[in-house]
Design a protein. Structure first.
Length: 321
């Protein structure tokens, strides 16, 4: 997960990545060198995210270079900068493209992303669709939209989303400042709505950053996992290896120390060991989801409790729901 730039043309109320806005981006030469190291380290996939990655003037040169190195790549964009030319470039390189849909109508979407964003988003989606770009649509669940999750899933399918996912907004960055991150009770209700809609439509719905999902639904249409042991490194705009891109806690400098050393520091250092250990606080004992959940999201635990070993504060069992 490479935050290839912290710069963004929007200032969404729920954005956890806003702290990266002032961080300097790697130069084109540094970025290409990092891409070579990632390929040499046998990294399989890079997701270019931000900020807004399309703001980098060299983004398509960098994407093409990564592909030439044998890397699988994807881009997470807010779609507002996607015109016919950009869409054609994405299609030509066969870039799997991810975006966010945070409302099913203008009023809800713009309450999250700002005035004037709805039409710009829809226009970008139309350009992508016309060019044949495969589009994944993610729904960030906030206090502003949790009650409309089923309707937003309907809209994602209407927009020809090839796949759909759900993620709880994190209590970080703008979401923390604006107090729009979703509560445990509301996310539980949103999950139930989403599962019901997935079953109605017969579509697979992925849920990110919520490994306790099995406590809420056992729907065969809902899939989820755990990031404690999934073999991913988050990289900041200036090339720092992060414990999690939500936390902005740096464990190594990938440019100065190299990819392999940064990975070792991330996985075997003190923080890495804490992340990979099972959370065994009282509330987790006896939980039927413990072996897959492992205590839930350590980033949320750290933000709320200041402790990587605390159980996930979004979990309904932790909240007594």
């Amino acid at each position: 997960m490479w935050i290839v730039t912290g710069k963004c043309n929007l200032n969404c109320r729920h954005c956890y990545a806003s702290p990266y806005r002032s961080e300097a981006d790697l130069s084109s030469a540094e970025s290409r060198r990092l891409a070579r190291e990632l390929a040499e380290a046998r990294v399989r996939h890079i997701n270019f995210t931000g900020g807004e990655p399309l703001l980098r003037r060299d983004i398509f040169d960098l994407l093409k270079y990564c592909i030439e190195l044998g890397l699988d790549v994807s881009v997470f964009t807010n779609m507002t900068l996607v015109n016919s030319e950009v869409a054609e470039k994405l299609a030509r390189l066969e870039i799997f493209t991810l975006t966010s849909l945070d409302g099913h109508v203008r009023e809800v979407f713009e309450a999250v992303r700002g005035a004037g964003t709805w039409e710009r988003f829809l226009r970008g989606v139309r350009h992508a669709r016309d060019a044949g770009v495969e589009l994944h649509i993610n729904i960030a669940v906030t206090e502003l939209n949790w009650m409309y999750v089923d309707k937003i899933i309907d809209k994602a399918i209407e927009l020809n989303g090839a796949s759909v996912s759900l993620i709880p907004s994190m209590p970080a960055g703008n979401a923390l400042k604006n107090k729009v991150y979703v509560t445990s009770d509301h996310f539980k209700q949103a999950l139930a709505k989403a599962a019901e809609k997935a079953e109605e439509l017969g579509i697979e719905l992925a849920v990110w950053c919520a490994p306790f999902v099995g406590l809420v639904t056992d729907s065969k249409y809902v899939v989820y996992g755990n990031c404690r042991n999934w073999g991913v490194m988050d990289i900041s705009p200036s090339g720092k290896a992060l414990v999690c891109d939500v936390l902005n806690v740096r464990v190594a400098d990938v440019i100065k120390e190299g990819v392999i050393e940064a990975w070792k520091r991330l996985t075997t250092g003190e923080l890495g060991r804490l992340i990979h250990e099972l959370v065994v606080k009282d509330v987790c004992r006896g939980c039927p989801q413990l072996r897959s959940c492992l205590g839930g999201c350590y980033a949320r635990a750290y933000i709320v409790y200041g402790d990587l070993k605390s159980p996930d504060p979004l979990c309904p069992r932790v909240r007594g729901l």
